[in-house]
Design a protein around this ligand. Structure first.
Ligand SMILES: NC(=O)C1=CN([C@@H]2O[C@H](COP(=O)(O)OP(=O)(O)OC[C@H]3O[C@@H](n4cnc5c(N)ncnc54)[C@H](OP(=O)(O)O)[C@@H]3O)[C@@H](O)[C@H]2O)C=CC1
Ligand SMILES: CC(C)(CO)C(=O)C(=O)O
Length: 304
C-alpha cells in the first residue's frame, strides 16, 4: 500500500515517520524549503515512545506519484492550497484521510474529491516541530482514528488498519467516526480555547476554581451548540470531557497554544469561529466561546 502524507509537520511527520519506520511505503508531499531541510537532516522524531530517524521519500507539487492512501496533515488555513496540490494524486481508488482538528474541512474535501474517497479521521497527539524541524512528541497519547463515514468496516479500512499494525503509534479503525470527530472537535475547541486565553498549560488553569468553571462553562456552550444542530454527540459528553481534561498531564498544552507561542497563525475560524456561526444561526447563547474567539482574533490582528 502506497501512502502519501501531505505536510511533514508535527502530525504528518509523526504518523508518517512511524509508518515508514515500520517499513511501509511512505512519501511526503512537502514544499521546497521543507524538502531541503529533510534532505539535510532527515526526519527525526524525539518522543516519549522512542526516537526515530528516517530519510524520507519526498515529492513537491507537480512531481509524479501514485498512491493508495493520502493522509492530510496540514493546518486548516492551508487546506485550499493543499487540495490543489494533492488533487493530481487523488485517482480512482485513492482514499483521503484528514488528520486535522475541526470538522468543516470534511465538507470541503468531499466537495473537492468525491464523498466516497474521503474517510473521516482525527488524531490525539501532543506534538510540535523544533527549530531544526524535528518532531517533538511529549505525552503518552499518539492515537490516530479513521473510518468510513457510514461506519462500515470495509475492506479498504481493514487494509489500512493492517498497514498500520505494528507501527509505533496507536491507530484504530472506528465504526463511529462522525461521532468521534464531533467529540474531538468539542474537546479541542475547549482545550485550545482556555489554554490560549490564559496562556498556560491545562494544569494551573483547572486547579483554580474559576478556571475550572470556565472550562465547564465552555463545554456546556459547545455541547449546547452541537445539540441544537442535532450533531451526533453523546448525552454525557460535557461531563466526560470535563473529567478527561482532569486526566491530562499538568503541563499539557494545546497545539494552538504552541503555535501562538511561536507567533504562528491559529485555526480560530475553523474551530471556535465555525461553532460560533452555528450558535448564531441556531440562537444559542455562547459568551465564553465568544470571549475566547475575540482573544484569538486580537492575537491574529497583531500578527498582521
Ligand atoms: N500538533 C498537534 O499536537 C496536533 C495537531 N492537530 C491538528 O493537525 C493539523 C496539523 O497540525 P500540525 O501538524 O501541528 O501543523 P504543522 O504546522 O506542524 O504542520 C503542517 C505542515 O503542513 C505543511 N503544508 C502546508 N501546506 C502544504 C502544502 N500545500 N503542501 C505540502 N505541505 C504543506 C507545512 O509545511 P511548510 O513547512 O512548508 O509550511 C507544515 O509542515 C491541524 O489541523 C492541527 O490542529 C491535531 C492534533 C494534535
Ligand atoms: C487535544 C490535543 C492536545 C491532543 O490531541 C490536540 O489535539 C491539540 O493540541 O491539537
Amino acid at each position: 500500500m502506497r501512502f502519501l502524507v501531505v505536510g511533514a509537520g508535527a502530525v504528518g511527520g509523526y504518523f508518517g515517520a512511524r509508518l515508514a519506520e515500520k517499513g511501509e511505503d511512505v512519501t511526503f508531499l512537502v514544499r521546497p524549503a521543507r524538502r531541503e531541510q529533510l534532505k539535510q537532516r532527515g526526519l527525526r522524531i524525539r518522543s516519549v515512545h522512542g526516537d526515530a530517524h528516517i530519510q524520507p521519500q519526498t515529492i513537491v507539487n507537480g512531481e509524479d506519484g501514485q498512491f493508495d492512501v493520502i493522509l492530510l496533515g496540514t493546518k486548516a488555513y492551508h487546506l485550499e492550497q493543499a487540495i490543489q496540490d494533492v488533487a493530481p494524486y487523488v485517482q480512482a481508488g485513492t482514499v483521503v484521510i484528514p488528520m486535522l482538528n475541526g470538522i468543516k474541512h470534511m465538507e470541503r474535501l468531499k466537495e473537492a474529491f468525491s464523498a466516497e474517497q474521503v474517510l473521516g479521521g482525527l488524531c490525539f497527539i501532543e506534538a510540535t516541530l523544533s527549530e531544526e524541524g524535528d518532531v517533538l512528541q511529549t505525552s503518552p497519547i499518539h492515537r490516530l482514528v479513521f473510518g468510513e463515514w457510514s461506519g462500515e468496516q470495509t475492506e479498504r479500512v481493514q487494509a489500512i488498519a493492517e498497514a498500520f499494525a505494528g507501527a509505533n503509534a496507536m491507530v484504530e479503525a472506528s465504526s463511529n467516526i462522525q461521532q468521534d470527530m464531533w467529540h474531538k472537535y468539542s474537546f479541542i475547541t475547549a482545550l485550545s480555547g482556555v489554554t490560549t486565553l490564559f496562556r498556560k498549560p491545562i494544569g494551573p488553569i483547572r486547579e483554580l476554581p474559576a478556571g475550572a468553571a470556565v472550562i465547564q462553562g465552555l463545554f456546556a456552550e459547545i455541547t449546547a451548540i452541537m445539540r441544537a444542530a442535532d450533531e451526533p454527540i453523546a448525552a454525557d459528553l460535557e461531563e466526560k470531557q470535563y473529567k478527561q481534561i482532569h486526566t491530562m498531564g499538568y503541563e499539557m498544552k494545546s497545539s494552538m497554544q504552541r503555535d501562538m507561542e511561536k507567533g504562528l497563525s491559529v485555526e480560530a475560524d475553523q474551530l471556535q469561529g465555525c461553532l460560533l456561526q452555528m450558535a448564531d444561526r441556531l440562537q444559542v447563547h455562547a459568551p465564553l466561546l465568544q470571549a475566547v474567539y475575540t482573544a484569538l482574533k486580537l492575537y491574529e490582528a497583531d500578527l498582521m
